[in-house]
Design a protein around this ligand. Structure first.
Ligand code: OSB
Ligand code: MG
Length: 374
């Protein structure tokens, strides 16, 4: 399928509530949306880079630059037969996985549509068991002004039917919070995400969490570190999960070989797209490493693609993929709902992402738009 035209949108989406982590507070969600046009079909991609380089060095502005000046120019006019080609076409640009994943997502959506398959089915094509129809999900709760408010937010989400709670932590906002959450909700699956806020010298703090029956502790140490995590790992009983520091299949392989973690959070955007995300899934599955799909407060476009990855047979833990209402009052695509009975979200079955993009809403939230043609 010849890539005829690409549209890039810079959008700003009001969040239902600000999202506070150890690296900063997101008041609204500014990101990019990309439309890939070929033979009357449109594949959609979302770039999860945001205003500031807190989670990753990429921002919405760097992603706009890398996409428009390098990546889009490399793919316009090319003949896309299978989505895996996209990764090869982008390889000459170093780094910038969040920018690359935008085109990669759109390529998977486009080719799945051509084949009359859902994104999930297309991605699960190599597996005899196919893709799941519903995936287990949880909710990631940003830091609240007080611990009492955090307990209220947890209670509200449990009431909505979420079966797994993730709490953001940072120094001074950690052990007491985790203890109170465990005491208040003795039977809930609770995990913590530090977003790289600690050092190896904090090992004793994490040892004090050993008795709290945490589902996992996510990325306590450096955002590019794997080695020091391998030193922390044998010192603590809580399962250790890596997020920020896994950018490639080779990173995952290294982490597994040096025993740096028990679990990997696969964010397709952080690893440059769905082809690499699936490779990491295969590697972890074979090695007995737990795997789940992380989130970046995606709109419905990105969320549908997260669900497709989470539907792979080796995903073993609930994803950070919540219902639309947890993020946005009005999204730019079909809203997703939680199946409260089992804390799942149903994977779309229509061709490609299986969602409708709300063009009026997209226009409303668009701040800048550019069309690229050969
Ligand atoms: O570390 O998992 C993270 C959001 C933005 C940046 C980093 C992270 C997160 C989340 C939110 O935890 C997950 C979601 O999309 O619900
Ligand atoms: Mg994380």
């Amino acid at each position: 399928m010849k890539i005829e035209q690409i549209d890039l949108y810079a959008i700003s989406m009001p969040l239902v509530s600000p999202f506070k982590t150890s690296f900063g507070t997101q008041q609204q969600r500014d990101c990019l949306i990309l439309a890939l046009h070929s033979e009357g079909l449109t594949g959609w991609g979302e770039c999860v880079a945001t205003n500031d380089p807190g989670y990753s060095y990429e921002t919405a502005v760097t992603a706009w630059h890398i996409l428009s000046d390098f990546l889009i120019t490399a793919v316009l006019g090319q003949d896309l037969q299978e989505p895996e080609q996209m990764r090869d076409w982008l390889r000459h640009v170093r780094g910038h996985p969040l920018a690359k994943a935008t085109l990669d997502q759109a390529a998977w959506d486009l080719i799945a549509q051509r084949d009359g398959l859902s994104f999930a089915q297309k991605l699960a094509a190599p597996y005899p068991e196919g893709s799941r129809s519903r995936v287990e999900v949880g909710v990631s709760i940003g830091m609240q002004p007080t611990m009492a408010q955090t307990m209220d937010v947890i209670a509200r989400h449990l009431g909505e039917g979420y079966g797994r709670i993730k709490l953001k932590i940072q120094p001074g906002h950690d052990l007491e919070l985790a203890r109170l959450a465990r005491q208040t909700f003795p039977h809930t699956r609770i995990m913590l995400d530090a977003n790289s806020a600690y050092t190896l010298a904090d090992a004793p703090l994490f040892q004090q969490m050993d008795g709290l029956n945490l589902l996992m502790i996510e990325q306590p140490l450096g955002y590019e570190d794997i080695y020091q995590h391998s030193k922390l790992h044998p010192q603590i009983k809580s399962p250790l999960c890596l997020d920020e520091s896994i950018h490639s299949t080779a990173d995952a392989q290294f982490a597994i070989e040096i025993n740096a973690c028990d679990i990997i959070n696969i964010k397709p955007s952080r690893v440059g797209g769905w082809t690499t995300a699936r490779e990491i899934h295969d590697l972890c599955r074979a090695a007995g490493i737990g795997i789940w799909v992380g989130g970046m407060l995606e709109t419905g476009i990105g969320r549908a693609a997260q669900l497709a990855l989470a539907a792979l047979p080796g995903i073993s833990l609930p994803g950070d993929i919540s219902a639309t209402s947890r993020y946005y009052h009005q999204d730019i695509a079909t809203h997703f709902f939680l199946n409260a009975a089992d804390s799942t979200i149903t994977v779309p079955t229509g061709p490609g992402l299986g969602i409708e993009v709300d063009k009026d809403r997209l226009t409303t939230v668009t701040q800048q738009r550019k069309t690229f043609k050969k």
